[in-house]
Design a binder for this molecule. Structure first.
Ligand SMILES: [Zn+2]
Length: 64
């Protein structure tokens, strides 16, 4: 029973190859794109926050 307390609490200690639930979808509101259980991102490719190093001081707004 004590094992329930383990795992999630400590980040970085757990194995990186843990699997996610199969039902994960994009964290973007209204987006139901399913994410691979091996995909550790929260968003689908379309909504994944991408950083453009070349664009300085300018952030592309999401959801447009
Ligand atoms: Zn999405």
């Amino acid at each position: 029973m004590t094992e329930v307390l383990k795992g999630r609490a400590i980040k970085g200690v757990t194995r990186p190859n843990k699997q996610f639930k199969e039902d994960r979808v994009c964290a973007k509101k209204g987006c139901n794109t399913k994410l691979s259980r091996y995909n550790k991102r929260e968003y689908c490719y379309a909504h994944a926050p991408v950083r453009f190093p070349r664009v300085r001081g300018r952030i592309v707004p999401e959801g447009t």
